[in-house]
Design a protein around this ligand. Structure first.
Ligand code: PMP
Length: 363
């Protein structure tokens, strides 16, 4: 009988054994500015009504029954609150993470090629490699602007079935110019997904333009506007695309509690939008304050975080932790990311504390 390690090695596909699991830090008791959540919903009177309503709706829900995967109530609220057009179909997932997995299964499994700009959301690569897809990363320029020539050359060379374009991009925060994205869409032989996870903070969307193209869908998430714990992502566009992706979806992928939680919070969408407006203000203030610190370079951001380069990012990360503040150190993520920290935008009070700590640390 072989040892367990041998059986694991013989059984699990080599592509999967070569992967690294997505790094998630354990719960943080202090100020958490790590994963672009809505800190305004942590506590306080403004959230009390939402909490009560969620509890009441959960108490009424048929949690002993499988959920209705077509989620009509939730989808009609998404249409109403987010302005999704009647001619577009919507597919929901347990976070947009799950939708990335579905797209990878439907398009890349067994060797299909995907192109992503780099650095970007790490899950694109993992999801492709997990289904034995071919992942091609096209580096951004050193200042994180789009290298359109290199991107178009990669599209011509690789003929990818799928291209990810994140607008605004994570972890860099910038928005690519519309005309460059349009050239990518027109050059693409397959599907282009515009990932608008951070659209509420950019207030610019490709939504009104996707019918101009036969090959574009928009993917979004409710995680950044307050529902990271509920796990609800969605993708929308022409039914011809959505109906194919729908075939690889687990039959009951979004549970009753997720559907109910998302419905209630969408009823409070105006308040969530107000939080987004506050975060935009705080983002602008943080940019200004970071630029005043010696040796620190913040990059332009239209998202709910700011990426900044520090003379010694590791030392600043540790010192912020000692002040009770957790940010994300992305220095090792990609060669272009050396000495960078990504700081999520929190409440004004949290940002006061962050800025005060940075003034002590970065002297
Ligand atoms: N796309 C981008 C660009 C992201 O940054 C994230 C989360 N960090 C996601 C998708 C996934 O979000 P979720 O699974 O929470 O919907």
């Amino acid at each position: 009988m072989s040892s367990r390690d041998d059986v694991v090695a013989k059984t699990i596909r080599p592509e999967v054994r070569a992967l690294k699991a997505y790094p998630v830090t354990p719960p943080w008791p202090g100020i958490k500015l790590e994963l672009m959540e809505d800190a305004h919903l942590d506590a306080g009177p403004s959230t009390a009504a939402m909490r009560r309503e969620i509890a009441e709706r959960v108490a009424e829900s048929a949690f002993n029954r499988y959920p209705d995967p077509s989620a009509p109530a939730l989808k009609s609220k998404l249409r109403e609150k987010l302005g999704i057009a009647a001619q577009h179909d919507i597919l929901i997932g347990t976070g947009s993470d799950e939708i990335i997995t579905m797209l990878s299964q439907a398009i890349l499994a067994g060797g299909g090629t995907v192109v992503s700009l780099e650095p970007s959301f790490a899950v694109f690569k993992n999801a492709a490699l997990a289904v034995a897809g071919r992942y091609v990363g096209v580096p951004l320029r050193a200042d994180f602007t789009l290298d359109l020539d290199a991107t178009l050359a990669a599209i011509t060379r690789e003929q990818p079935r799928l291209i990810w374009v994140v607008c605004p991009n994570n972890p860099t925060g910038n928005q690519y110019p519309d005309d460059a994205v349009e050239q990518i869409i027109r050059a693409a032989p397959g599907l282009v997904i515009i990932d608008e996870a951070y659209e509420p903070f950019a207030q610019r969307s490709w939504m009104s333009r996707i019918d101009e193209f036969p090959n574009v869908l928009i993917m979004r998430t409710l995680s950044k506007i307050g529902l990271a714990g509920v796990r609800l992502g969605y993708i929308f566009g022409a039914p011809a695309w959505i109906s194919e992706i729908n075939k690889v979806r687990g039959p009951f992928n979004v549970g009753v509690l997720q559907q109910v939680g998302a419905e209630v919070l969408l009823d409070h969408y105006d308040e969530l939008k107000h939080h987004a407006a506050l975060m935009i203000q705080e983002r602008e203030r943080l940019q200004v304050e970071l630029a005043k610190l010696p040796g620190v370079t913040p990059f332009p951001s239209l998202a709910n975080f700011v990426l900044a380069r520090f003379p010694d990012a590791g030392a600043v990360f540790d010192a912020l932790k000692a002040h009770g503040i957790l940010v994300r150190n992305l220095s090792a993520m990609h060669p272009l990311m050396a000495n960078t920290l990504r700081i999520s935008i929190g409440t004004a009070e949290q940002m006061d504390k962050l800025i005060a700590a940075l003034k002590v640390i970065c002297v």
